[in-house]
Design a protein around this ligand. Sequence first.
Ligand SMILES: *[C@@H]1O[C@H](CO)[C@@H](O)[C@H](O)[C@H]1NC(C)=O
Ligand SMILES: *[C@@H]1O[C@H](CO)[C@@H](O)[C@H](O)[C@H]1NC(C)=O
Ligand SMILES: *[C@@H]1O[C@H](CO)[C@@H](O)[C@H](O)[C@H]1NC(C)=O
Ligand SMILES: *[C@@H]1O[C@H](CO)[C@@H](O)[C@H](O)[C@H]1NC(C)=O
Ligand SMILES: *[C@@H]1O[C@H](CO)[C@@H](O)[C@H](O)[C@H]1NC(C)=O
Ligand SMILES: *[C@@H]1O[C@H](CO)[C@@H](O)[C@H](O)[C@H]1NC(C)=O
Length: 427
Amino acid sequence: MGWHVNTKIQRMVQRKKLNLFFLITMFILTVFVTSHYNTVQRIHPPVKHPIGGKVQTPKGEKNLPNRTPIHVHRPGPMRMVQEVDCQQIIEGNEDYIAHASEIMNNTIFSFLNDSQIEKIALNCDKFLNTFDYSRFIVSQIELDFPIAYSIITYKDVVQTEKLLRAIYRPHNVYCIHVDRSSGLSLHNAIKAISKCLSNVFVASTLDDVIYQGYSRLKADLNCMTDLLNYSDVKWKYLINLPAQEYPLKTNSEIVKVLQILNGTISIESYYDKASHYRTNQTYKENYKTSKLEPTGKIKAPPPHNVTVAKGSAYGTFSRSFVEFALRNPKARDILKWTEDTLSPDETFWATLAFNKELGAPGIQYSASGVPNRKSWITVGVMWQSKGPAREVCHGMTSSKVFLSQFLFLSLQFGKALQIHHHGYLDR
Ligand SMILES: *[C@@H]1O[C@H](CO)[C@@H](O)[C@H](O)[C@H]1NC(C)=O
Ligand SMILES: *[C@@H]1O[C@H](CO)[C@@H](O)[C@H](O)[C@H]1NC(C)=O
Ligand SMILES: *[C@@H]1O[C@H](CO)[C@@H](O)[C@H](O)[C@H]1NC(C)=O
Ligand SMILES: *[C@@H]1O[C@H](CO)[C@@H](O)[C@H](O)[C@H]1NC(C)=O
Ligand SMILES: *[C@@H]1O[C@H](CO)[C@@H](O)[C@H](O)[C@H]1NC(C)=O
Ligand SMILES: *[C@@H]1O[C@H](CO)[C@@H](O)[C@H](O)[C@H]1NC(C)=O
């Protein structure tokens, strides 16, 4: 973890990088969708509309080496990135990657602000057309395998909507937790969007999320409670995401992975002595400073003699695991115990998974009885830090929940993630 980026210029640079990243990823999704085109069914006829963000064309290219034409015409869904041939990037063509980087450096991106998106979303036809929610290509296999999403957001509707659009399918269900302390324009815009999409809703309880506090975990629990109670979609798995995340896989690919999981879950969980400080004293959320503060009081050991484990706040949860976490009496005792600890979102899921005797469903244990690392495939998180990760990380964005970063060329990152079997790019 490192530094906050505060100057306007740096923000501009990071936005530029971010947007190319998004555009490239969108394109990769399009390629995947196109390749499945002949075997899947259309839900709605195609309509063509511009995307929500405005992209101005590059300010002029310098002499660049010969490369294949970038306007490749393929049948099927609308192509959203015209400036770059992402296939070249996927194939790791260094020359082309430099070219794409230069295009990005010379492109001015502008984004709609929260109120502008709200204004569009107040007219649902306009919203659906502008952001291209009018057509989806979904196979029967996907229709038979609905997924629930819990999305946590506190700023930038434009980014939240981009994530939503990438993972949105009419047969899934999406709960969005909007930080209670965020501005009215964010709340209004997300509310307006959710009114246009019948399977998207705002969590019925909204918390003021404090970094590392219980409120962060509570935000997910609020959505999970609502999602369990959502009767229109009998979802099989739930994936929780911060709005700063972006998928590296299509819905169809995610379904394939979940089918292989076959009811097991993907939640990071291991024992880490160095994390004891998080639970061996008590902490308190200070709503005046928006910070979690240690109280200096010794914390009693956890209930049911469980070993406190460490893991990620994000994972892929089966429906029965969510039911267990929310309803099992021992799980509830453990949850209650985490309320005054540091980063309970990185403790609660992990601890349920780690302690075999609790009987949480869907955990894969290795021969030695600890959760199997091979199943941790949900999220790839790159921290701003010294070391090799720094080399592959370009572009960054800060988040209230974490300091976070994006890659501007997803391919470099994509490769790293493939090695780790990760499905999502975090922040
Ligand atoms: C793009 O800009 C960054 C810094 O703003 C620079 O480091 C990089 O070399 C530039 N890339 C190209 C291809 O010009
Ligand atoms: C959004 O942009 C519009 C048009 O540029 C501007 O009038 C408005 O004040 C902005 N709203 C916010 C919340 O920034
Ligand atoms: C579930 O929804 C029903 C009605 O839709 C409501 O009465 C009930 O309180 C909800 N349960 C929970 C746990 O939210
Ligand atoms: C999937 O899970 C079911 C029930 O837990 C089990 O009977 C079946 O053998 C599993 N299938 C595979 C391919 O592992
Ligand atoms: C709490 O755990 C940390 C290790 O994370 C350790 O250094 C510290 O001494 C412990 N404090 C108490 C009061 O046990
Ligand atoms: C608590 O768990 C430890 C191992 O984690 C075990 O050695 C001990 O016997 C347990 N105590 C009780 C009271 O169950």
